[in-house]
Design a protein around this ligand. Structure first.
Ligand code: PHE
Length: 344
């Protein structure tokens, strides 16, 4: 190549490179262009090889020209690089910008099941007057569930239709009263205990579930009367449902209490006027109660001349139904979130 041709080529490479640099859409593309024009195998380097073929007199000036072209291209590259990098950083900032005013994702929080809620409220209310919680097994011996509670062999509640038998000496407990027996057998009176938990009976419809919950109360002391029982239950009903509900003790029968009374309170939904919840009677039954039968005290190894007591057993689902106006007992075991979320 002639000197003039080399100079001409260098100029056109410079011109083309500068155009392409300024059109490069990204710093990545720009870098590729740097390799294309300024790299070891790049257009400028290839042309510089022609330098060796020139006469010694021409070389310094042409070499000088190459240096200048190279410097200008490097400047152009650096300027465009700064420009593109700035654009790219700004775009990234824009893209990653956090709008702190946007509502956050909804965090689903759990809540206590209404049955647990009712149990913990009862435990708290009666805890204030000295009651503490005891537990017993769900699979009970025939003795704890029936015999020690003065339920004779031929009593209807032993009927196969009501009781789930595990074998001929074990049942799924049909009530929480066996915890009375276990506590009297193992602890020294005076006693004030609560036993909440699952119980089982062969029964299933809108108001009966084969697995439901009771909370048992037992007080053992000296000189205990029906008045003590009434006072305790009245206190409890007022605290749990709010004051102003009437309470009614209806004579009843349980083998393990004597005398026995069914506890009713005036329907908290209609306040006694009559509604669907109370089947128009104005009263809702919450459970059984009575003075502990001396035969039970004796069967548990205590002297009935020294110790008396009262006991009560309330249905937890019933209390929840009344308190939260729930119309089907099955809702408590179906785990439908639309139902459960209302108790958050
Ligand atoms: N255990 C009885 C029932 O399941 C309720 C009860 C408990 C009655 C304590 C009197 C005393 O129906």
């Amino acid at each position: 190549m002639e000197k003039s041709e080399i100079v001409q080529s260098a100029k056109s490479i410079e011109k083309q490179a500068i155009t392409e640099f300024s059109n490069a859409p990204s710093s990545r593309d720009l870098y590729d262009l740097k390799v294309k024009y300024l790299g070891k195998q790049g257009a400028l380097s290839m042309l510089m090889r022609e330098l060796g073929k020139l006469g010694a007199g021409d070389r310094p000036a042409v070499g000088q020209m190459f240096n200048e072209v190279k410097n200008r291209l490097e400047d152009a590259y650096a300027r465009r690089e700064t420009e593109l990098k700035t654009q790219e950083v700004n775009a990234a900032i824009e893209r990653e910008k956090l709008d702190l005013t946007l509502p956050g994702p909804k965090i689903a929080s759990g809540a206590a099941h209404p049955i647990s809620l009712v149990i913990s409220q009862i435990v708290e209310i009666l805890g204030r007057i000295g009651y503490s919680v005891r537990q017993g097994p769900l699979i009970e011996s025939d003795r704890h569930n029936f015999t020690a509670l003065n339920i004779p062999e031929d009593h209807p509640s032993r009927d196969l239709q009501d009781t789930f038998y595990i074998d001929d000496r074990h049942v799924l407990r049909t009530h929480t009263s066996p915890v009375q027996v276990r506590t009297m057998e193992n602890e020294k009176p005076p006693l004030r205990i609560l036993a909440p938990g699952s119980v089982f009976r062969c029964d299933s419809d809108a108001s009966h579930s084969p697995n439901f919950h009771q909370i048992e109360g037992l007080l053992i002391d000296q000189k205990v009367s029906m008045a003590d029982l009434r006072g305790t239950i009245s206190y409890f009903v007022d605290e749990f449902f709010g004051p102003g509900l009437k309470k009614r003790f209806r004579p009843s029968f349980f083998p393990f209490t004597e005398p026995s009374a069914e506890v009713d309170c005036s329907c908290p939904i209609c306040r006694g006027k009559g509604c669907r919840m109370c089947k128009q009677s104005g009263w809702i039954e919450i459970g059984g109660s009575g003075l502990v039968n001396p035969k039970v005290i004796q069967a548990c190894g205590l002297n009935p001349d020294e110790w008396q007591g009262f006991a009560f057993g309330f249905g937890v689902e019933r209390m929840a139904i009344i308190k939260y106006a729930v119309d089907d007992i099955r809702l408590f075991s179906e785990n439908d979130l639309r139902f459960l979320e209302q108790f958050q």
